[in-house]
Design a protein around this ligand. Structure first.
Ligand SMILES: [Zn+2]
Length: 397
């Protein structure tokens, strides 16, 4: 089914004509469409009769698929699993390289895009880290963040909890303050500028040592960095949660939220360990929980949020095709799942692209899409007032 992704990737890349405008600092398409104007049912139930909205900037179906594709209504969602470095689009990579006088190992955009065929998580990470070389100044980080928020707002994202990988920048000589301040300076005005409330999460690279993570966390705390929590990402297999017990204990002591990738490529036991040893509040990915019925039962009972990233899972071969993705089974099991884009520049699309493909390929129902959206809002770290506001937009009162 590789041809399927080729098609989606090409469409997604054609669909974002405003990328370079946002790089120049001009506002993107602004806030999400005004779902708040739609009537809310007296029973407080999600509305099923809202007019369908064409997604601005969304990948459009090929002509031969048009007969089966239905327009996807844009729902207000929270994006809970997003790596800001993974939003670095090829056009922006070339623009930043030119601005910073960096020679890229790719002759042109086509040569770069040709490298977006991944065989596993590590093959993606190799390209992901290589492309970060273009991020040098606060302005670079700010431009990347602004471009994401513009695109996310057009996808219906109304709240985003954004991970960044400080170690990936410090290790190549970029000061911690440069990356943090560059991203945070844009997030500080994201609600006013894009209609997206935001939180910043410092994610740590699990293939590095716990000492390295602790050192950076202490620096972040010392500089009073505006982070709401910590995460754990990068190469999962061979780097179990147990490796980072002290890091997460320190984060909890400092009053930070805690999330961790687990059960993407790693076994179900990593999910259990992340919950028990790291005391995380959410699991990023978590799809391999389906291999352990007892774990599923526990996750359902505790309403543990799992931030699932369908297009990412296919692109990184965690599942072979979207048609085989466990999301429908996860929903049927009663798991608290949401849909997220992970590293959208690399994996074929943003949140709206994920929803569109879930509808097209898996026949995701309106009921389940509303459920996924409400799960995302309820599972966020937004304050209760913001959650109530967004749930009301979704049709809950
Ligand atoms: Zn991720």
């Amino acid at each position: 089914m590789l041809h399927w992704f080729d098609s989606i990737g090409a469409r997604a890349l054609r669909a974002y004509p405003y990328r370079m405008e946002t790089y120049d600092g001009a506002p993107g398409p602004g806030g999400a469409p005004a779902l708040s104007d739609a009537p809310v049912s007296d029973a407080g139930q999600p509305l099923a009769d809202q007019p369908l909205t064409e997604q601005p900037g969304a990948a459009q179906p090929d002509a031969e698929e048009a007969a089966t594709d239905q327009p996807v209504k844009l729902l207000p969602v929270a994006e809970l699993h997003l790596h800001i470095e993974g939003t670095l689009e090829p056009e922006l990579i070339f623009a930043l390289a030119e601005r910073n006088g960096i020679t890229l190992p790719y002759a042109d955009l086509d040569e770069l895009r040709a490298r977006y065929e991944f065989t596993d998580l590590q093959s993606f990470l190799d390209l992901y880290y290589a492309n970060m070389a273009v991020l040098q100044t606060e302005q670079d980080f700010a431009d990347m963040t602004r471009a994401y928020l513009a695109r996310a707002a057009a996808a219906g994202v109304r709240h985003a909890e954004i991970m960044m990988d400080p170690q990936a920048h410090v290790s190549r000589g970029v000061p911690l303050g440069t990356c943090v301040n560059g991203v945070a300076s844009v997030l500080a005005n994201s609600l006013e500028e894009f209609g997206v409330s935001t939180l910043l999460i410092a994610a740590f690279l699990r293939d590095l040592s716990e000492e390295s993570a602790l050192e950076v966390l202490e620096q972040l705390l010392a500089m009073n960095a505006p982070i709401a929590g910590i995460g754990l990402d990068s190469a999962e297999v061979g780097n179990p949660p147990a490796k980072f017990e002290r890091l997460f204990a320190r984060a909890k002591e400092a009053g930070l939220h805690r999330i961790a990738h687990a059960g993407e490529e790693g076994p179900p036991s990593y999910i259990i360990d992340a919950l028990e040893l790291l005391d995380v509040e959410r699991i990023d990915h978590g799809i391999r929980c389906m291999e352990d019925p007892d774990l599923v039962e526990h996750l359902v009972a505790e309403r543990v949020p799992l931030t699932v990233c369908p297009l990412s899972n296919v692109r990184l071969r965690a599942v072979d095709t979207l048609a085989e993705h466990p999301l429908p089974a996860m929903l049927a099991a009663g798991l608290n799942v949401s849909v997220n884009s992970d590293d959208p520049a690399y994996f074929g699309g943003y949140v709206d692209d994920n929803f569109l493909q879930l509808q097209t390929v898996l026949g995701l129902s309106e009921f389940d899409r509303v459920r996924l959206a409400s799960n995302s809002i309820r599972s966020s770290f937004a304050d209760e007032e913001r959650k109530t506001e967004l749930l009301a937009e979704l049709g809950y009162s």
